[in-house]
Design a protein around this ligand. Structure first.
Ligand SMILES: Nc1ncnc2c1ncn2[C@@H]1O[C@H](COP(=O)(O)OP(=O)(O)OP(=O)(O)O)[C@@H](O)[C@H]1O
Ligand SMILES: CC(C)(CO)[C@@H](O)C(=O)[O-]
Ligand code: BAL
Length: 273
């Protein structure tokens, strides 16, 4: 595995590889969710690039940019073990300059759900993903369904900017008790971790309701909100795969999403039905 920090060095190195590149962008502190993205890329592509970059522009003032978990040595070992060809570790001052050309998230889809609690977050995500795609020039890029809105907006960017990359969505990996793996789970105390299980439970209960053909969004949301008590709920929504609100679950075309605060940690989860 080559570890490269410089943009031009990476571009030169990738030019020598005449293979389709599979790309997995991350912010590090790698866990089984990231590993499943990397494994899928490894299985499907001859050449795999992983990036680790804690992107400052997607954090709002007062968020956890300065304390975002970092596990450099463990991350390198994980990538090596998973058969990654290149680990890209760019520096902030090479990725960004003072007066930037900007990518802006769409007015509606970029400012609802996560975008409502974190206005501007998706401008930062799309800007950096755009830059990373231009640097790596991947044929396939792998993103987790856990961050469903991010996945939706990146797919939209690729389509609307006519980019030559295929976005591959990867299922959410969970702990054995159901909690979706997330780098931020390490912020949880043991008690908060137990509370956090209400999030995945609310979604599995929602799936059961749908299994019994109770499809009304309002009923599903009310039931989930009961289960989530007393957590502070960011949102509970039933959407179609185009990310539009729907009043009834459409099987094969729906996503139920939750965001809740556990202590000070904002956790996301969703189920695709
Ligand atoms: N549990 C998971 N299952 C599958 N993919 C995941 C999971 N968690 C994260 N990913 C995906 O890994 C990629 C990198 O995500 P990131 O490095 O932000 O990790 P994260 O665990 O989502 O971090 P955070 O705690 O900040 O949300 C994204 O495409 C994300 O959707
Ligand atoms: C896609 C991403 C790597 C952009 O910084 C980040 O938002 C993430 O890790 O999900
Ligand atoms: N996985 C989402 C990255 C973020 O919360 O900034």
């Amino acid at each position: 595995m080559r570890i490269i920090s410089k943009v031009l060095e990476l571009k030169e190195y990738l030019k020598e590889q005449n293979e389709n590149i599979g790309f997995v962008p991350t912010m590090g502190a790698l866990h089984d969710g990231h590993i499943s993205l990397i494994k899928k890329a490894r299985a499907e592509c001859k050449f795999v690039v992983v990036s680790i970059f804690v992107n400052p522009t997607q954090f709002l003032e007062g968020e956890d940019f300065d304390k975002y978990p970092s596990k450099d040595e463990a991350d390198k070992k994980i990538c090596q073990f998973a058969g990654v060809d290149v680990l890209f570790l760019p520096q902030v001052d090479e990725i960004y300059s003072d007066d930037e050309v900007r990518v802006v998230a769409p007015n509606v889809r970029g400012f609802v759900l996560e975008g409502a609690t974190r206005p501007g977050h998706f401008d930062g995500v799309l800007s950096v993903v755009n830059k990373l795609f231009n640097i790596v020039n991947p044929r396939y890029a792998y993103f987790g369904k856990k961050d469903a809105q991010q996945l939706n907006l990146i797919s939209l960017m690729v389509k609307q900017l006519f980019m030559d990359v295929e976005i591959i969505a990867v299922d959410t990996v969970r702990d054995s008790d159901g909690l979706a793996k997330s780098s931020r789970n390490i912020y949880l105390t043991p008690e908060q971790r137990v509370e956090a299980l209400k999030i995945s439970r609310s979604l599995s209960e929602a799936s059961k309701m749908v299994g019994k053909r109770l499809l009304k969004s309002s009923e599903i949301k009310a039931h989930m909100k009961e289960i989530l008590k007393p957590l502070e709920i960011g949102y509970v929504e039933v959407l179609n795969r185009e990310f539009e609100l729907i009043s009834e679950v459409e099987l094969g075309n729906s996503v139920i999403l939750v965001e809740a605060l556990v202590g000070e940690t904002r956790l996301l989860d969703n189920v695709w039905l």
